[in-house]
Design a protein around this ligand. Structure first.
Ligand code: GCO
Ligand code: MG
Length: 411
């Protein structure tokens, strides 16, 4: 079965997505997600201008060989653009292989290890009443785990908190969509001391209101120094978090040694990582509890499965990134892999905009606080290309962040 075509589709049904469609000589099609939030066109060009023509004529079944050919063969290996492009090719080839086998993809990955993949949703509010409403809305939908993000007194807008008009940001829900459609990034302000003072009081209030059972998560989004992160982890210990995410900037793996030695709050990291090498110290020294890499950004099913097998040696579990910028194709791939992995932990899940669901078709089933993969052969994508064409790309940027004195800070 040879690869006949590789088409890159950029569409914006509510937000921008980059999708790779591979078609074989037998007429089998496979889909892969190549969306890199705020840098979408770079990956589209990488695929269109540098990869598509290399795929034509290759044996569609040789997934590992194609992965190595693109990774090693490109010479300029690693990095988010390269690894998102490789991820899309890899995912599309797994989709094709499973369709050719007449099986849902998870069957080729070893079959189900569990009934469903537990997910967490995004609860947020500028102040406690709004946050509580958002948590209740998630509980009503059946979520058993929520990420909790709130405003910080004195700061006009903070990462992870839906604006008052949630309708504009997340289709009327409490979901937070950080990439805004504009020609330049929005700017936010940040004050670490105010944040560190405020956050424990929020978790205290949430535990008092919702009891001990609900799984609570929090994302510090790379903004702290190791000593600040250690302090935050300690101050949140009484509230029994499921995890504390991205406490320090991703570049320095050694920073986690100090954090780890000072707190028993579980740590998750890696949504901006893209290869197993980014985890080498973190995993072998057991400095984290959850791996955040999604199929979409870390070299596809092949790349993430490799990371998770390594992590399994150290009792580290998956916690794949799943915001709205992971397309329904990427989410479907995550759930096929997650249901098969022995060391699955939890899956992040933000509901997509209705327009997005219309273009990609329903790809996963949400019930009982978890997701199940489609039972159709392959990934179960029913992509409506004509409808996709009605939503052209629109420039959108993630915000940038500045300290109160104007210094650029991690967002
Ligand atoms: C998360 C992430 C996202 C990212 C976003 C950037 O934990 O879901 O931190 O909110 O900021 O995916 O594109
Ligand atoms: Mg995050």
């Amino acid at each position: 079965m040879r690869i006949d075509r590789a088409d890159v589709i950029v569409t914006s049904p509510g937000r921008n997505f980059v999708t790779l469609k591979i078609t074989t000589s037998d007429g089998v099609t496979g889909f892969g997600d190549a969306t890199l939030n705020g840098r979408e066109l770079a990956v589209a060009s990488y695929l269109r201008d540098h990869v598509a023509q290399l795929l034509i004529g290759r044996d569609a079944h040789r997934i590992e060989d194609t992965w190595q050919y693109l990774y090693r063969g490109g010479y300029w290996r690693r990095g988010p653009v390269t690894m998102a492009a490789i991820a899309a090719v890899d995912t599309a080839l797994w989709d094709i292989k499973a369709k050719a086998a007449g099986m849902p993809l998870y069957q080729l990955l070893g079959g189900e290890s569990r009934e469903r993949c537990q997910v967490y949703g995004h609860a947020s509010g500028r102040e406690l009443p709004e946050l509580f409403d958002s948590i209740r809305a998630h509980l009503d939908l059946g979520f058993t785990a929520v990420r909790v993000q709130t405003g910080v007194p004195g700061l006009p807008s903070v990462y992870g908190v839906a604006s008052s008009s949630a309708a504009g940001d997340g289709g009327g829900r409490y979901d937070y969509e950080p990439a805004r459609r504009s020609a330049r990034p929005a700017e936010e302000t940040w004050d670490t001391r105010a944040y560190l003072r405020h956050v424990p009081s929020v978790f205290d209030a949430v535990r008092n209101e919702f009891g001990p059972e609900l799984a609570l998560l929090h994302d510090a989004h790379h903004r702290l120094t190791p000593i600040q992160a250690a302090r935050l982890g300690q101050s949140l210990e009484p509230y029994d978090l499921f995890w504390l995410e991205d406490v320090t900037p991703a570049e320095n793996q050694e920073a986690l040694r100090l954090v780890r030695s000072r707190t028993t709050t579980p740590l998750a990291i890696g949504e901006v990582f893209n290869t197993i090498w980014d985890y080498q110290t973190l995993i072998s020294e057991q400095l984290i509890d959850y791996v955040r890499s999604p199929v979409t950004h870390a070299g596809g099913i092949t790349g993430v499965r490799r990371i998770m097998d390594y992590a399994a040696m150290y009792q580290i579990k998956s916690g794949m990134h799943g915001p709205t910028d992971v397309s329904p194709v990427g989410m479907s791939a995550a759930v096929h892999l997650g249901i098969a992995l022995h060391n699955f932990g939890i899956q992040e899940y933000m509901l997509h905009d209705e327009r997005t669901d219309e273009v990609f078709g329903p790809t996963v089933e949400f019930a009982g606080g978890g997701l199940r993969p489609s039972q159709e052969p392959g990934l179960g994508i029913n992509f409506d290309e004509q409808l996709a064409q009605k939503y052209p790309y629109e420039p959108a940027y993630l915000p940038t962040n500045r300290l109160l004195d104007g210094t650029v800070h991690d967002w």
